[in-house]
Design a protein around this ligand. Sequence first.
Ligand SMILES: Nc1ncnc2c1ncn2[C@@H]1O[C@H](COP(=O)(O)OP(=O)(O)O)[C@@H](O)[C@H]1O
Ligand SMILES: CC(C)(COP(=O)(O)O)[C@@H](O)C(=O)NCCC(=O)O
Ligand SMILES: [K+]
Length: 267
Amino acid sequence: MSTLFPLLAIDVGNTSTVLGLADEHLRLTHTWRVRTNRDLLPDDLAVQLHSLLSLTGARLPASAVLSSVAPPVGQNYQLALRQHFGLEALEVSAETLPQVSIELDQPGSVGADRLCNMFGAEEYLTSHEYGVVVDFGTSTNFDVVGRGHRFLGGVLATGAQVSADALFSRAAKLPRIALEAPQSAIGRNTVHALQSGLVYGYAEMVDGLLRRIRRELPGDAVAIATGGFARTIQGICREIDHYDETLTLRGMTLLWSHQQRVLGRLD
Ligand SMILES: Nc1ncnc2c1ncn2[C@@H]1O[C@H](COP(=O)(O)OP(=O)(O)O)[C@@H](O)[C@H]1O
Ligand SMILES: CC(C)(COP(=O)(O)O)[C@@H](O)C(=O)NCCC(=O)O
Ligand SMILES: [K+]
């Protein structure tokens, strides 16, 4: 049913909003990353979206899927799509997701982005029973999933930039630094010492948590890194097997097609 494509996927995070356009094979033909701005109204968002599409010569979307962990922005995108593009976006939530198993105390409270990651991890679960998506965003999420759309739980850790900002705001003599790896763990100046703590320290935290998670699981787990800070940190972590920049967006398109199939709208 080609009338459903292109499919627009919008992932609203607390720092960035990542958008993608997928063709009928669910291949992402375009992706964009813009700042999440809580001040933008539906008309502003429609103008921005229209500009992105025309800048790249992309076709207008015929359907949409939306995941938001910044509620007012998600609602504003919903209105923008309805009023200016004539689209009713599928909003990702535990309540609207059929045939998945969210094995949490309160399934309804899980972040929509984490449900998308569960679908994005699917392709890595051919040779492993379990997967851990480490999503380096405002918060660093570890999403522990099992084959067959099982969300098993995870970890929410303070994001690297948030940790750095907290330190700078409380220590008068510390300069703001770029979150980059220094040459050695032993820093011989203030900047390198800070980078060591923030980047190598962060990588060790991630490796340590992944080892703990793997010990708690009854089978092998593959670990995949995604999110804004993943590019910097994934090569430093020893416990991460894959880096996948578009895992969340691709997960959204898979979740959408799963939903369409359950509803009989897609073969
Ligand atoms: N292009 C980039 N290169 C390196 N780090 C980035 C980039 N974009 C975002 N970050 C870092 O990633 C984190 C935010 O990730 P992001 O995916 O934007 O968050 P969220 O999913 O919460 O919106 C911050 O630590 C930020 O410094
Ligand atoms: C943990 C999060 C804040 C991560 O958001 P992000 O860092 O991607 O902006 C988000 O997934 C969220 O608000 N989750 C709700 C709580 C939960 O997942 O248990
Ligand atoms: K995110």
